[in-house]
Design a protein around this ligand. Sequence first.
Ligand code: ZN
Length: 149
Amino acid sequence: MLVKYHVIVSLSGGVIIYLLTQSFLKAALFSSAGIFIDVDHFFDYIRNWGWKIVSLRDVMKTFYTQELKKIYIILHSYELFIVFGLLLWYLKVDWGWVVFLSLTIHLIMDHIYFFTHFRSNSPWFYFLSYRVSKGFKTEKFVKGKSRDF
Ligand SMILES: [Zn+2]
């Protein structure tokens, strides 16, 4: 998913959250969570090529063009979302549902994008257990290249 779509959805969602809750904190958390979850792409990039000054577009491009040998994107994992959601529910964190909702929307958007743009890819890609079972090796789950890059 192109970052600009996450920015648009996250900021728009933040406005809606503000209108519904009158809470600037919840709106800011919603907007931030939906955008900054992609920070794990930087981890994958740095792990492959070390520290470099590159654009966010270049980092995302490596993800979608099979240039990475391994893809971890640890934060993009349904299993972690379930654990995170249960933890927030257990702790009864007031703003937790906002962050959880934003992250879930982000992951679903990524999932739809990844599956529709790389039709030969596995629908299980966003499960951490699936990526672990494939040794995080890119060639095991990224079969094609996105036309967006
Ligand atoms: Zn993402």
